[in-house]
Design a binder for this molecule. Sequence first.
Ligand code: ATP
Ligand code: MG
Length: 630
Amino acid sequence: MATYKEFHQYSIEKPDQFWTEQAKLIDWNEPFTQVCDYSRPPFAKWFVGGKTNLCYNAVDRHAAKRPNDRALIYVSTETDQETIYSFAELQREVERMAAVYKSLGVKRGDRILIYMPMIAEATFAILASARIGAIHSVVFGGFASGSLATRIDDAMPVLVVSADAGMRGGKAVPYKDLLDEAIDLAEYKPAKVLMVDRGIDKGFNKVEGRDVDYATLRAQHMDAQVPCEWMESSEPSYILYTSGTTGKPKGVQRDTGGYAVALAASMKHIYCGGEGETYFSTSDIGWVVGHSYIIYGPLIAGMATVMYEGTPLRPDPGIWWQIVEKYKVNVMFSAPTAARVLKKQDPAYMHKHDLSSLKHIFMAGEPLDQPTHEWFMHELQKPVIDNYWQTETGWPMLSAVPGVEKTPIKFGSPSFPVYGYDLRIFREDGSECEANEKGIAAVIPPLPPGCLTTVWGQDDRFVSTYFTLFKEPLVYSSFDWAIKDDDGYFTILGRTDDVINVAGHRLGTREIEEAIQNHTAIAEVAVVGVEDKLKGQVPMAFAVVKDASKVATPELVKALEKEVFATVDSILGAIGRPARVHFVTGLPKTRSGKMLRRSLQALAEGRDVGDLPTIDDISTIEQIKNLLAS
Ligand code: ATP
Ligand code: MG
């Protein structure tokens, strides 16, 4: 295949041939009889009749050939632990966990809710669930009892796997207490709770008859052999709730065969990782990146995967690079919010480590602004590839695809639609945008393998949420605003509900944020649209400065605000100039590092922010409230 463009075109024009070739990257117990059944749009079934198992592809097939190669590298800077599991050891641990599940009565199709910190047992728990054909639902450990309770009620798990506590920045997070509260709050009561006792919360509460100890049960199944259940390709493997940035989270349901093929193909074409190499994703198992690119993707490709419990700054801001050097990491995956954290540190921490093993670093989760993209790539001297995707899709929708062609990187752009995705930009009337015209990013269905097959238990919600943007054509709406340039490079401009309408001009909040980021004093910024009698809406900015002394007096604040106005004027013109720039010490974000723009908007318009169950630091809201009141 000569160029990426041709590769993409082939995937869209001849999807059956294209995906049949990709399907060879995984092992099937029984071959599929039909590539895609799209007889009931927009529901798609991939690799119909094929039987396979995610755990088999991630673990067993490698353990059979390369038992002593590294599979899981567990690093915790919170408990000072480093443990390496070979593929054979990983398989043994997964079989023990699977045997424990069976002894607790878990059957194929049952749900297992996993509420765990970043410990190796969480990986065993996930893979063991896939092994026996149960459906896992991992809930991010940072979520408190309310969010957890809603997910328990929605997924109705027969079993919850948890641990006494997690650690974050040296402080214990009482997982078991939060779990007990959640089960109290929930209407549905799981029958059993399997507890991994890390010995952090010594006196954690044990509920008679419900809570069981993992170490005790594991000891009874040391030599267990639990065969993989052969799952029909479209049988569900897991449920994962979206991050909840814009409201009530949706239970994304993932299949088995389509997901395995999509991940295997992405490891080859996008991430360029293979057997014997090492992958390091700094995400958390509670997010989609953790599912696809801490656990399943790298392991399916036969790579070793690094699972890291800790922050990017402890014991010092060089910790990630130390891990890269020590384990000769070849592929890294991180998030823009982390890059912006590192940007505030001395780059010497990065430079004192040998990063020669590293081929690429991928970034996803929110817009990677141009200045940060450029800074990161310059400091690392490695290609930094922006990935745009969603919990729903499970793997990238927009990305460079260096395994096919090393196309030049444009800062601030996640490059092109990924093969398999017929992704286009539409106007609000359903017609397609021209180049350089802003519109809504949408995918012409069927969605490729690996994407959500429905919303758990709510087929109607799947259709009404994602497929009713227009009457015609039938498209999957991303709810993100995008633009494509003359060379075919895409840029995501923000969520559709983040668009600001200033006197009839439509601006993405991201465009203004990006302009403000160009001022060297600014570390981070969020822009929201605020109601205005005259103009409809005006942009308002909330910015964090790198050096607090720059905003120490009201005079300095005024002066810096003026400078920021001038920066925006020079990049976007006066139309993008915010009505005000408020300087704050922190911005309200979700636990996954996404900006809660809606709550900023509510504050700026004097409305109630409502419940914020996914917020990371509630004091950011208080600070802004006080600032706006004064
Ligand atoms: P919810 O759907 O519950 O509101 P969420 O959309 O934040 O939560 P995710 O699926 O984790 O949940 O996030 C996907 C969204 O994150 C995308 O739709 C997009 O808005 C944003 N995003 C992800 N990656 C990028 C990227 N590379 N560039 C720009 N935006 C991105
Ligand atoms: Mg979303």
